[in-house]
Design a protein around this ligand. Structure first.
Ligand code: 5GP
Length: 261
C-alpha cells in the first residue's frame, strides 16, 4: 500500500492518505502531551507500544462484533484504518472516580461507581475539550439521537469486554476515552469505533497495588512510562520474544538518549 500525503497531524498521531480513497494510514508518534498541550515531551517507543496495544484491543473488539476502523497493522508504527468522519465528541467512560471527575465534583478519589458513567466532551483543544450534555450534542447537531443511542450501546459492551480482558491480567480499568466516526457504507452512514485504545487513552491500575500503568505516569510525573506500557503489553500477551526484545531495546535507547541530554 502506497503512503500518500499527510492529511492531518494530531498530538499523538498522523493520518496519511493511501492509494485507496476509503483507507488511510494512522502513524503513532512518540509525542506525549497533557493538560491541553501545556506539558509536552517525546517518549521514545511510546508510539510502537500504543500501535501494538491498540491493534490488540480493536481486533479483539472486532471479534465480539464491535465494528471499528482497524483494517490491519502495517509495521511497528503504522496501521491501515478506514477513513471516517470523526464525530467531534470525546466519549469518556468511568468505572472508578478519579481525574477530572473527582476535581469537578469533590468525589473521593478511587470511589467505585455503581454503574459505568458516560460523559461527553466537545473535541476542541482551543476550548480545552469542555464537558457537555447530551442536549448540547443534539442542539448543535454534533450527532443525531439515533447515533448517540447506538454509541451508548457500543460503549457499554466495549466497557464490559475491556473490564474482563484487563481483569484477567491483573489490571483494573478505571476509565477511558473513546471516539467514533461515520462511515459511508453502500450509500448508508454507519457509526463505528475509531481512533485508538491504549494506555494513552485509558486509566489502568494494577489490581493488587493500584500502581498506575497509563499516561498518568507522564501527567503526574510518576516515573517512566515505557516500562509501564511494556508491562501492559506483556500482560496482554502481545509482546512475543522478538518484539519483547525490541521493547526492551526501545527502553534502553530512550534512557541512553535522556542521559545524553
Ligand atoms: P479525565 O477527564 O479524568 O482527565 O480523563 C478521563 C479518561 O479519559 C482518562 O482515561 C484519560 O486518559 C481519557 N482522556 C480524556 N481526554 C483525553 C484526551 O484528550 N486525550 C487522551 N489521550 N485521553 C483522554
Amino acid at each position: 500500500m502506497k503512503k500518500g500525503k499527510k492529511l492531518y497531524e494530531g498530538k499523538a498521531k498522523i493520518i496519511y492518505a493511501t492509494s485507496d480513497k476509503d483507507l488511510v494510514i494512522q502513524y503513532f508518534k512518540d509525542d506525549a502531551t497533557a493538560f491541553n498541550n501545556q506539558k509536552k515531551s517525546t517518549i521514545e517507543g511510546k508510539g510502537v507500544l500504543n500501535n501494538r496495544i491498540s491493534e490488540h484491543i480493536l481486533s479483539s473488539l472486532s471479534q465480539i462484533g464491535i465494528k471499528n476502523h482497524l483494517v490491519k497493522r502495517l509495521n511497528m508504527r503504522e496501521q491501515v484504518v478506514k477513513l471516517v468522519e470523526i464525530i467531534p465528541i470525546e466519549f469518556i467512560v468511568r468505572n472508578v472516580a478519579t481525574g477530572s471527575l473527582t476535581k469537578r465534583l469533590g468525589i473521593e478519589d478511587g470511589t467505585v461507581l455503581k454503574e459505568p458513567l458516560i460523559e461527553y466532551c466537545l473535541k476542541d483543544d482551543k476550548l480545552g475539550d469542555p464537558l457537555i450534555a447530551e442536549e448540547h450534542i443534539l442542539a448543535f447537531d454534533w450527532a443525531s439521537k439515533k447515533e448517540i443511542e447506538k454509541v451508548k450501546k457500543m460503549i457499554l459492551r466495549i466497557n464490559d469486554f475491556m473490564i474482563g480482558m484487563f481483569r484477567g491480567v491483573g489490571i483494573k480499568l478505571i476509565d477511558f476515552k473513546l471516539e467514533f466516526g461515520r462511515l459511508n457504507a453502500n450509500g448508508k452512514k454507519d457509526v463505528i469505533l475509531a481512533d485508538e485504545i491504549s494506555p494513552d487513552t485509558c486509566r489502568l491500575w494494577d489490581s493488587l497495588t493500584d500502581k498506575k500503568l497509563d499516561k498518568d505516569r507522564f501527567r503526574k510525573d510518576l516515573g517512566d512510562l515505557i516500562p509501564a506500557y511494556t508491562e501492559v503489553a506483556k500482560r496482554l500477551g502481545i509482546l512475543h520474544e522478538q518484539s519483547n526484545l525490541s521493547a526492551v531495546n526501545v527502553t534502553k535507547l530512550s534512557s541512553v538518549k535522556r542521559k545524553r541530554k
